[in-house]
Every structure is written in C-alpha cells, then in structure tokens.
Write a protein that binds this ligand. Structure first.
Ligand code: FAD
Length: 309
C-alpha cells in the first residue's frame, strides 16, 4: 500500500516520485518503460541549465535521481485499469500482469505518443531528419528545407514557427483544404518561404542511408507522384495521450487528455495527473517535470487534509 503511487516513468512521473519521496511518504512508480519519450530522442537543447544533452542520458539521470530516494520502482509494468477509492479510501491500479496496487493517492503520468504516418523511411530516419516536435528540433534545421505533414492547427503553427528558422517550408495536407483556424491560415499564407500543397498523400521519406534527402507524395486528384528535395520532415498529424485505459473512469477531453485543474486534480478524488497525458498545453520535458512536481505536492496536500482529526 502506498501513500502516492505514480503511474508512468517519464519526466512527469520521475518528478512526481522525487517530490513525493522527499515528503517521507510511501511512494511507488509503476511504468511500462521508465524514461518515456525521452528515450526516443537524441539531442535535447531546451532542458534549461543544460545546453545540450541526449535522450538516453537524461532518461538514465531521471531513474538515478528517483532511486536516490526510498521509492519502489516497478519498471515494465503496464496499468490496465483504475478503480476509484471505495470505503477503504484506497485507489486501485490494476496491472497487465494480473497484480493490483493500492494507494491513498495516485499521480497519472502516462504521457503521449506522436501519431506516425506509417510510410517507408519514417522510422528509419527518425531523429535523422524525421521529427515530431518543432519546439525541440526546429533549430537543428536552421537554413535548411523542411516539410510539415498535416494542416490542422498544430501543423500550421509548426509551419509558421519553422518558417522563421529554416530556409523553406512545404506544408503537405491530405485533405483538399487546411483544417487550421482561419487566422493561422492567413498568417501562413502571408509568409514568403512557405508553399502549401493540399490533396497530397505522403507515401515515402527518402534518405541516403544516414539522413533524410526528400519526400514523395501522391496528388490525390491527378494521382501522379511528386518528389520534394529537403532535409527535414516534421510530422504533425496528432499527439495521442496514453489514456485509453482510463476511459469511463477519469474525465477525458475530446482529444483523450486527462482533464486537470491548476493543481493537477482529476475528476476522481485522490487522483492527480501531470505531463503530456493531460490537458495542460505545450508538451515539453520542463513542463512535464513542473506539472509532475505540482501533482505530487497536491497529492501530499490531499493526504494531510484526509488524515486530519
Ligand atoms: P512520457 O515521456 O511520454 O512518459 C510516459 C511514461 O508513462 C513512460 O514511462 C511510459 O512507459 C509510461 N506509460 C504509458 N502508458 C502506461 C501504462 N498504461 N501503464 C504504466 N506506464 C505507462 N521535449 C523537450 O522538452 N525537448 C526536446 O528536445 C524534446 N524532444 C523530443 C523528441 C522526440 C522524438 C519526442 C517523441 C519527444 C520529445 N520531447 C521533447 C517531448 C518530451 O519528450 C515530452 O514532452 C515528455 O517526455 C513528456 O513527459 P511525460 O512524463 O508526460 O510522458
């Protein structure tokens, strides 16, 4: 039985665990893959006070920091269900291996995953020209040519952002028109180094074995294939929160994000959430860490109020 059980071991979960453990309360972390998305990235240049680090290095440091404290780290454990507290006041987390964990409070920090195009070359050139986060990787493409895949709000925002850094942006949208807000579309169309291609289905990311060299798309009207020469491809077709297992138990937004208040409290008493799996905007490491710390402090606050005579 825990006082605080953290589900997820990315930056948000690691921060929540450290903050909870420092209160001297029984803390556990159950994570499918300790480190989270940080394990999937190489260069990290916006982790404030550390000008440059690499994903696997930061992930190892996260785990090392958590293990400095008396935290029960349960790695390779996937949560499959949350049962709100009953008369015993304990929230239950059921795991895929059949076990179940009970805790007075829970911090959900299961993160998110970028929706992929699923075309040849995308995985092969991930971190070698294929990118998903313009705030993270935009500056790596300074002066180069890139494509942004997706004409929703995130794709158009990414294209506007990147146009200020790179030499040229081609925005590639599957549909016949962009779906982004009109004000964003107007801004995009006003930029001299942006080309918009609609009704275009990306079919392949091209490379030379080391890095991206181009992109192939099919015109969905004329059915002919086109080739773009470029150095980077930003995929902006959706960020999927890892919250499928919470449907029907915890309030989720239409996008599947856990709805939290400004203390990380969810719709279920004693259950808090932090990081990319929540409605908090801008999915970044420092933001996830801040939110994780906040959720742990809110959980502690909940515990001292619940145990007051
Ligand atoms: P995550 O890192 O997604 O961690 C989620 C954790 O929950 C993992 O441990 C996962 O295994 C676990 N989990 C998921 N489902 C379950 C379940 N059902 N049961 C148990 N555990 C579960 N941000 C930056 O600030 N700078 C960058 O340079 C940067 N580069 C990036 C590059 C790439 C390629 C990617 C993909 C992301 C990048 N980001 C970057 C974004 C950043 O990694 C995320 O914002 C951050 O990791 C979010 O932290 P989190 O703890 O909320 O979630």
């Amino acid at each position: 039985m825990f006082d605080v059980l953290v589900v997820g071991g990315g930056p948000a979960g690691a921060a929540a665990a450290v903050y909870a453990a420092r209160k001297g309360i029984r803390t556990g972390v159950a994570a499918e893959r300790f480190g989270g998305q940080v394990l999937d990235t190489m260069a990290i240049e916006n982790f404030i006070s550390v000008p440059h680090t690499e994903g696997p290095k930061l992930a190892a440091a996260l785990e090392q920091h958590v293990r400095e404290y008396d935290v029960d780290v349960m790695n390779l454990q996937r949560a499959t269900a949350l049962v709100p507290a009953g008369a015993d006041g304990l929230v239950e987390i059921r795991l895929a291996n059949g076990a179940s964990l009970k805790s007075k409070t829970v911090v959900l920090s299961t993160g998110a995953r970028w929706r992929q195009m699923g075309v040849p070359g995308e995985n092969e050139y991930r971190n070698k020209g294929v990118a998903y986060c313009p705030h993270c990787d935009g500056p790596l493409f300074k002066g180069k040519r890139v494509a942004v895949i997706g004409g929703g709000n995130s794709g158009v925002e990414a294209a506007i952002d990147l146009a200020g850094i790179v030499a040229h942006v081609t925005l590639v949208e599957f549909d016949a028109k962009l779906r982004a807000d009109e004000v964003l579309q107007r801004k995009l169309r006003s930029l001299p180094n942006v080309r918009i291609v609609t009704s275009a289905q990306t079919t392949e990311v091209l490379g030379d074995g080391h890095k991206v060299t181009g992109l192939v798309y099919t015109d969905r009207v004329g059915h002919d294939a086109h080739r773009l020469e470029l150095e980077g491809v930003f995929v902006q077709i959706g960020l999927l929160p890892n919250t499928e297992w919470l449907k029907g138990t915890v309030e989720l937004s239409p996008r599947g994000e856990i709805v939290v208040d400004d203390r990380g409290q969810t719709s279920v008493p004693g259950v808090f959430a932090a990081g990319d799996c929540t409605t908090v905007p801008y999915k970044q490491i420092v933001i996830a860490m801040g939110e994780g710390s906040k959720a742990a402090l809110a959980a502690f606050d909940h515990l001292i109020r619940a145990s007051a005579p």
